[in-house]
Design a protein around this ligand. Structure first.
Ligand SMILES: *[C@@H]1O[C@H](CO)[C@@H](O)[C@H](O)[C@H]1NC(C)=O
Ligand SMILES: *[C@@H]1O[C@H](CO)[C@@H](O)[C@H](O)[C@H]1NC(C)=O
Length: 383
C-alpha cells in the first residue's frame, strides 16, 4: 500500500473511532448514508410502523390529487392507535401508577404553523383526532386531562371509554406485586416500596450520613458516596427505559403540493406518575415541521428530551444550512453532553426529501415511503 493509501485508511479509522467515541449512530442503508433526494409526496415515521406509513401514504398519494399532509398524518397516527403499535400508542398500553392509560398527541400544520395537542387525556381512544379537533375548532394549542376529554367528546369523538386492556391491567398488577419498582420518583421515602411517598431532603440526608462516616472511619466516605448504594434508588428508573416503554409514533408527511405536516401519538411512559406529560404533545420536542425547511420526529426518554426541544433544533439547524444528517446528530449530541445515559432518537427530513436519523443509547429505526418505492423502507440507525 502506498503512503497515500495508508494515510486515508488512518483517516477513516480515526473518523470511525471518533463516531464510536461519541456513541453516534449513522443511518446506514445498504452500506451508505441514507441521504436520498426525492420528489413529493413522502411519508417518514419513527420505528418500523409499516401499517401506519401505508395508511398515510394511501391518503397523500391518492390518484384524485391526493389528500393533504395534515390528513395523511391523522390517517397514519390513527392507524397506529387502532393497531396499538408496540403497546405504546393508543389505548390499552402503558398503565400509569394507578393502572390507567392516558393519551398524549400533537399535530402541526407546517404551512400555517398551527398546532393542536392533547395531553394526559383520559377516556378517549383517538389521540391524534382529538389533537386535530383542538387545532381546527379552537384558538388554543394544548388541552389537558379530563378537560381535553370533555372537549374531544363534545366535538364528536366516542367516549367516555375505559382505556385499560387485560394486558395493561396485568402489567400493572405485576408491578404492584414487585413493590412498585421501578418507578419515576427520586429523593423520596420510603424507597423500595409503593407510596405514598414523602420528600427527603437529599442535602440533609447526605450530610448526616457524612458526619456519621467521618466520625468513625474517615477514608470510607468517598467510596460510599460513589457507591450504587446511594445512587440506585434515586436513578432506578433509568434501568427500565427501553423501546417498549418510551415509544412514540412521530410522523412527517410532505404532500403533492410540498406542504409539510407532522404529528405524534403515544400513551406515554409505563408506570408514570399520574399527571405526567411527556414530549409527545410538546411542539418542537416530539415533532416539528415548517414548509420552508423540513420536518423532524423524535422518540425516546421524553422527560429528558423535552428539555432540549430536539425537533425544533433540527428544523432550525436545517434552516441555517445544515444537512439533515448533521442536524439530527447535532440535536442528539446536545442532549448526550448533559445526559450521557439518555436513550433517544430523531429523524430529520428536509423539504427536498433528503432524510437521515441519529440516536443515542439504543438502535433506532425509521420508515420511509415515496413514489418510487413499492413498499415502506425501514432504515436502521445503529448505536
Ligand atoms: C425515493 O427514495 C429512494 C430511496 O430512498 C430514492 O432512491 C428515490 O430517488 C426516491 N424517489 C422519489 C421519487 O423521491
Ligand atoms: C377500567 O376498567 C378496569 C377493569 O374493569 C377497572 O379496574 C378500572 O378502574 C377502570 N379504569 C378507569 C379509569 O375507570
Amino acid at each position: 500500500m502506498d503512503s497515500m493509501g495508508r494515510s486515508s485508511v488512518r483517516l477513516l479509522v480515526a473518523v470511525g473511532l471518533l463516531l464510536l467515541r461519541f456513541n453516534w449512530c449513522l443511518a446506514v442503508d445498504g452500506g451508505g448514508v441514507a441521504e436520498v433526494g426525492g420528489a413529493f409526496p413522502m411519508v417518514v415515521s419513527t420505528w418500523p410502523f409499516r401499517e401506519a406509513v401505508r395508511a398515510a401514504w394511501e391518503v397523500v398519494s391518492a390518484s384524485d390529487g391526493g389528500g393533504s399532509a395534515v390528513d395523511a398524518v391523522v390517517a397514519g397516527c390513527s392507524a397506529c392507535e387502532v393497531l396499538r403499535c408496540d403497546g405504546t400508542v393508543g389505548p390499552g398500553g402503558s398503565p400509569d401508577e394507578n393502572g390507567e392509560t392516558t393519551l398524549d398527541a400533537l399535530i402541526m400544520n407546517g404551512a400555517t404553523m398551527e398546532i393542536g395537542a392533547v395531553a394526559a387525556m383520559r377516556y378517549v381512544k383517538d389521540g391524534i383526532k382529538a389533537a386535530k379537533l383542538v387545532m381546527d375548532h379552537s384558538l388554543h394549542t394544548l388541552l389537558v386531562g379530563e378537560k381535553a376529554t370533555d372537549f374531544a367528546i363534545s366535538m364528536g369523538l366516542p367516549g367516555p371509554i375505559n382505556l385499560s386492556s387485560p394486558e395493561s391491567l396485568e402489567k400493572w398488577a405485576n408491578w404492584r406485586q414487585n413493590h412498585c419498582q421501578p418507578n419515576f420518583w427520586k429523593n423520596v421515602a420510603p424507597a423500595g416500596s409503593c407510596g405514598p411517598y414523602r420528600p427527603i431532603n437529599l442535602a440533609q440526608a447526605l450530610d448526616s450520613v457524612k458526619h456519621e462516616v467521618e466520625g468513625s472511619q474517615g477514608g470510607v466516605c468517598q467510596d460510599w458516596f460513589q457507591s450504587d448504594n446511594l445512587l440506585e434508588p434515586i436513578n432506578s428508573h433509568l434501568k427500565f427505559i427501553d423501546r417498549h416503554n418510551h415509544d412514540t409514533i412521530s410522523m412527517a408527511v410532505i404532500d403533492k403540493m410540498g406542504h409539510i405536516a407532522v404529528g405524534t401519538s403515544t400513551n406515554g411512559a409505563t408506570f408514570k406518575i399520574p399527571g405526567r406529560v411527556g414530549d409527545g404533545p410538546i411542539p418542537g420536542s416530539s415533532s416539528y415541521g415548517d414548509d420552508e425547511v423540513g420536518a423532524c420526529g423524535a422518540s425516546g426518554d421524553g422527560d429528558i428530551m423535552m428539555r432540549f426541544l430536539p425537533c425544533y433544533q433540527v428544523v432550525e439547524s436545517m434552516r441555517r444550512g445544515m444537512e439533515p444528517q448533521d442536524a439530527a446528530r447535532d440535536a442528539i449530541s446536545r442532549i448526550a453532553r448533559k445526559y450521557p445515559d439518555f436513550v433517544g432518537a430523531v429523524f430529520a427530513v428536509n423539504r427536498k426529501g433528503v432524510h437521515a436519523g441519529a440516536c443515542h443509547g439504543w438502535t433506532f429505526q425509521y420508515s420511509v415511503m415515496n413514489s418510487s418505492m413499492h413498499d415502506v423502507e425501514v432504515i436502521t440507525v445503529y448505536p
